[in-house]
Design a protein around this ligand. Structure first.
Ligand SMILES: [Mg+2]
Length: 219
């Protein structure tokens, strides 16, 4: 593992089930989809017949929820209490931290705002609301790279500077490519199991408390 100190790291956080304590998109699909088409899309994606962008686009377009209901729902989402502690720690040491997410701007910003977090860079997918429909768009898809919705690896490589170690904290399939090019990986759930199976170096975590405890002693 690369040697870490406060002068040479930058930190990338996944959002769903890393910062939040549940996967918000998965939960929204189960609660608010107009029918079961989202499950069929999920199965096609897991069989690798379609990419995650096509899957997510179809799934989000199948949600029916108006703005009031969505706002009410988003106000119930809780975040890992150690996220704010980590941000405070990184800020006090001058360490850049940002979010790369396969969720959508409206949802991510709303959850962050209700937790009084307004000053962090976020790279995610976008969605407009019209009536009870969500119209997704994917400004950070990288068609040269693959079929992901938001190409997290592109952000990581674009932000990385010479001599700086990238730290990635995530849990899911959309974190795999970015994690594979990161210097230090904190992995939870699916990502942890995959890295374990592939014999890739990582720090296994159950929550952001483990990340906080790792850094509070080192930085
Ligand atoms: Mg996630």
């Amino acid at each position: 593992m690369a040697k870490e100190n406060k002068d040479n790291i930058m930190v990338f956080f996944d959002f769903d089930n890393t910062i939040t304590t549940t996967d918000v998109i998965d939960d929204m699909l189960a609660r608010f989809s107009k029918d079961d088409e989202w499950k069929a899309l999920e199965e096609r994606w897991q069989r690798e017949e379609i990419g995650s962008r096509e899957c997510l686009k179809g799934q989000i377009e199948g949600i029916r929820i108006d703005k009031d209901k969505l706002d009410e729902y988003l106000s119930t989402i809780s975040i890992d209490p150690y996220f704010k502690r980590l941000l405070k720690l990184f800020k006090s040491r001058g360490i850049p931290a940002l979010i790369v997410s396969d969720n959508f701007d409206y949802m991510v910003r709303s959850v962050l705002k209700s937790n009084d977090i307004t000053d962090i860079e976020v790279y995610c997918n976008r969605t407009d609301l019209s009536g009870d429909k969500l119209n997704p768009s994917f400004p950070y898809a990288n068609k040269k790279c693959g079929d992901c919705a938001n190409c997290k690896k592109t952000h990581l490589l674009a932000k990385k500077r010479d001599g700086v170690s990238t730290v990635y904290i995530g849990d899911g399939r959309s974190d795999v490519c970015a994690s594979r090019v990161s210097d230090v990986v904190f992995a939870k759930d699916y990502l942890k199991e995959l890295f374990k199976k592939e014999g890739r170096p990582h720090i296994a975590i159950d929550s952001l408390k483990d990340v906080y405890e790792h850094y509070v002693r080192r930085l």
